[in-house]
Design a protein around this ligand. Sequence first.
Ligand SMILES: C[S@@+](CC[C@H](N)C(=O)[O-])C[C@H]1O[C@@H](n2cnc3c(N)ncnc32)[C@H](O)[C@@H]1O
Length: 394
Amino acid sequence: MTTVLSPGEEHDRFIEWAQEQGIQINGVAPAKFVGRGMGIVAARDLKKGEKLVSVPTSAILNIDTKSVKDCDFPRNISVHGRLAGYIALEHENRKSTFQPWQDVWPTKAEFNEIMPLNWEKSLQELLPEPAKDLLNAQCKKLEKDWSDLQSHLGSKVTKSLFTYAWLIVNTRCFYWDYPNLPASRLPKKRGHLTADDCYGLCPFMDYFNHADEGCDPDHDAKGYFVTANRDYKAGEEIYVTYGPHTNDFLLVEYGFILTSNRSDGTRLDHLIFSKLSKEQAEILKEDGFYGKYSSTATPPSICYRTQTALRLLTLPSRRYTAFISGNDDGSVDQPAVNSYLKKLLEGYQREIMAMEERVGELEKGVGAAQKDVLAKRWRQLREMVGTFVKELST
Ligand SMILES: C[S@@+](CC[C@H](N)C(=O)[O-])C[C@H]1O[C@@H](n2cnc3c(N)ncnc32)[C@H](O)[C@@H]1O
C-alpha cells in the first residue's frame, strides 16, 4: 500500500480538529499538488461506493451557525457577504474556534496570483470577453457586499481582508439548502430559497479539487458526504465535480482552468451584439432571446438562443418568426445560418490571434502564472473555434 505523507503539521492539527467536529474521514488524506494547492488522495485502495468523507450538519458553516448569527449582520445583506464578514472577523481573532481550519486555507498571496478579481487591470483586460462579463458581475457583488457590511465590521477588517474572506467563501462553498431545518426555521422560507441563499462551508470536504468527471458531493438532513464514484488505487487524486462549468467560469470563480473539460464552450455574445442593429436588439429583447449565446466545444454546436439571433441577422423576418414560433424546424435555412456563423467565427479567429500576441508580449516574470493561464485559455479558444470553423466548412 502507498503511504501518503502528511503535507505538514497544520494539516495534522486540522484533521484532529475536524474529527473532533464529528467529521468522518475514510481512506483518504490531504496532499499537496503542483499548480492546484491542496487536494485529496486515496490513502489505500478504495472501492466504488465507499463513503469517503461525511460532514455532520453541526460542522457545516452557514448563516444558521450560532457564531455567525451572533454577528447580527442585517438580514438584507447577501448570504455570501455575511459569511465573508464572519470569516474576516474570525481571521483577526487568534482564539477563533476555526483557527485550525483557517490555517489550511490558501493565503492572500495565492489568491492574488490565481484569482482574476485580484489581478491588475491590464491583465484583466486580456481575459476573453465571457470571462470579463463574469468578472464584472463578480466585482459588482463584492462591492455591494463590502459597502453593505463595512460599517458592521470595525476598523480591523480592511477591504483587502474582506476580499480575501469573500473569495474563501466563493471558492469553498457547497450548495446547502438546509434539509435539516423545518421550513419555519429556514433563513428564508424553503419555497423561496434561491442559489444565493444556499451557501455552506464544509471542513475537510473543501480539500477536494474539481474535475469534469469525479465524485458527486451529496447532502441530506444529516449533512454532506462524498462517495467514491469508481475504484481508486492508493495514491490517486480523488476529485469531486463542482458542476458542468466552462473554463471561463472556472477561471473567474475558482482561479484555474482544466486542460480537458467536456463542459467547455464559449459565449458568442460580444460577436453577435456587435452585428445587431438597434431594432434587432429590441426584437430579441422583446422575444426573450437577447444575450446568453452559448457554444459548446464537444461537439461544436450553438444553443437555441444563438440560433434565434443568427436567424434574425441573416434571414427575412418572417423566416425568423416562423422559427421562434415553432412553425418551422429551421432545417431549410440552416446552411445560410451556418455560413454566417462561419464568417463570424473566422472574424473571432483573427481576434484570438491578436490577443495571443498581446499575451505573448507581456514582460517575462510579470505575472508569470497569469500570463501562463491567459496563454493557455486563448490557445484553447483558438482550437475550439478552429474546430468549429472546420466543421462548418464540411
Ligand atoms: C474547494 S478548494 C479545493 C482545495 C484547494 N486546492 C486548496 O488548496 O485548499 C477550490 C480551489 O482549489 C483549486 N482547484 C480546484 N480544482 C482544481 C484543478 N482541477 N486544478 C487547479 N486548481 C484547482 C482552485 O484554486 C479552487 O479555487
